[in-house]
Design a protein around this ligand. Structure first.
Ligand code: UGA
Length: 464
């Protein structure tokens, strides 16, 4: 199949590389010439496992990059639209890029039937609006159809998430379009791809059989927003529970174990911490709420999910203040900048939010992140923040160490060495990466989320 992917951000680039990997001829289009130049040289523009391999494997052969949208659309059977849908001032998704692309696609239609597919996360009715825009721009109705095929992969595991998904959702109102999309995904749904000798290895929890769910465009659009909102709700729910645990002296990790063992609930996305972030959950929930209101329904639960998320960050800062007393002039080591482990993405990162709040309080911060330092250096944090070369360096001479991102390497630090680096042996763990007993045994006071604080013998109790 000849596929064109418009947009080379996280979603567009991974989609393009993976479609090439499962045997299609792909052109990935972006108007940013610098990105196209880099990608043509095989340099990934986002940090994602397996992306460099796929670029090397298919770049210049089955996978090409271009800034010529019209030409790329002309040569394609299916066009996936994966441009950004940022948040506009009123909370709604800003769909102006999607609309602009539709206007640009229209003149390239006419040589045979083409299927235009929304891959970006978009609100309900977007496929309908894209269809109308194409018609307004002069496209003949018999030359195209518009479908919805939301993507569910996660940053950090995007390539394996694409190749081994839990399900594939296609929303299309014409049988012909459903058939085309079924054909594209066949190597994944039949399991043929995983049998190929060079297949990217499946993750541990990969399903043997991948279901393709065919539905209407409206339902597909709602599936995406509802799935993200539900996951964010799970995170906010367990964070709210962690606050009750803090209040009564219970252990939220044990509560999670007990709750999550109910198959109807499940343990995934039930990890307490400093709240969710990233480029999807915060934006999507606001957009979902806006679209519900626009259609006459006040989805108040979504407002509460966001409020709990915001509160979680503030509560963590309050714990630090309660333990360290005055924050002005305190030296803090910080581990983590990315919104979660496994990515260099700092968009809407709770770590960044907390760092900025502490800098405003007059703290002096030394921070380390295994992948997100480059992105963070582009922000203006002022002179009170220094970038360290590693976790132990970040801790050197500090009044306390903060863990703000769940990187695996932060979960297996040498605690005794860390204790030696710190001026005062205190760790605030916003991701519950350690067992409290283990940290206390290393002679460190440990304050985490939803679990009683622990102090080694002889040291004052962390919080009052
Ligand atoms: C999310 C969804 O999980 C994907 O299914 C979806 O495709 C994607 O958004 C999108 O719309 O494009 P992602 O933003 O990459 O993926 O990140 P997640 O792994 O879902 O994590 C989101 C946030 O929730 C992170 O800040 C993470 O630290 C936090 N989180 C997650 C928790 O605090 N606890 C958990 O148990 C799980």
């Amino acid at each position: 199949m000849k596929i064109t992917v418009i947009g080379s951000g996280y979603v567009g680039l991974v989609t393009a590389c993976c479609f090439a990997e499962i045997g299609n001829d792909v052109i990935c289009v972006d108007h940013d010439q610098r990105k196209i130049d880099a990608l043509r040289q095989g340099k990934p523009t986002v940090y994602e496992e397996f992306l460099p391999e796929l670029l090397t494997r298919h770049g210049g052969a089955r996978l090409n990059f271009s800034w010529d949208l019209v030409e790329s659309v002309r040569s394609a059977d299916i066009i996936f639209v994966a441009v950004g849908t940022p948040q506009s001032a009123d909370g709604q998704a800003d769909l102006s890029y999607v609309e602009a692309v539709a206007h640009q696609i229209a003149p390239a239609l006419g040589n045979g039937f083409k299927l235009i597919v929304n891959k970006s996360t978009v609100p309900v009715y977007t496929a309908e609006r894209v269809r109308r825009t194409l018609l307004l721009s002069g496209a003949k109705p018999e030359t195209f159809d518009v479908a919805s095929n939301p993507e569910f992969f996660r940053e950090g595991t995007a390539v394996t998430g694409f190749l081994y998904p839990d399900r594939i959702v296609i929303g299309a109102d014409a049988d012909r379009s459903v058939a085309l999309l079924r054909e594209v995904y066949q190597p994944l749904t039949t399991g043929a791809y995983r049998e190929t000798a060079t297949a990217i290895p499946p993750p541990q929890n990969a399903l043997a059989k991948i279901r393709l769910i065919a539905t209407t465009t409206k339902s597909a659009e709602l599936i995406k927003h509802s799935a993200n909102a539900f996951l964010a709700m799970k995170v906010s729910f367990i964070n709210a529970v962690s606050n009750v645990c803090d209040a009564v002296g219970a252990d939220v990790e044990e509560v999670c174990e007990g709750m999550g063992s109910d198959a109807r609930i499940g343990k995934r996305f039930l990890k307490p911490g400093i709240g969710y972030g990233g480029s999807c959950f915060p934006k999507d929930i606001i957009a979902y709420r806006a679209v519900a209101i626009e259609n006459g329904y006040h989805f108040n639960l979504l407002t509460e999910i966001m409020r709990t998320n915001e509160e979680q960050r503030l509560r963590f800062i309050a714990k630090i203040r309660r333990t360290l007393w005055n924050l002005k002039g305190k030296r803090l080591g910080v581990l983590g900048l990315a919104f979660k482990g496994g990515t260099d993405d700092i968009r809407e990162s709770p770590a960044i939010y907390i760092i900025q709040a502490l800098l405003r309080e007059g703290c002096i911060i030394s921070v380390f992140d295994p992948a997100a330092m480059k992105n963070a250096r582009e922000c203006d944090f002022g002179s009170q923040l220094k970038f360290a070369e590693g976790a132990y360096e970040a801790a050197q001479g500090c009044d306390a160490l903060l863990i703000l991102t769940d990187w695996e390497e932060f979960a297996c630090l040498d605690l005794v060495r860390l204790r030696g680096e710190l001026k005062h042996p205190i760790i605030f763990d916003g991701r519950n990466l350690y067992s409290p007993e283990e940290v206390a045994k290393a002679g460190i006071t440990y304050v985490s989320v939803g679990r009683p604080d622990v102090s080694p013998e002889g040291l004052p109790v962390a919080s009052l």
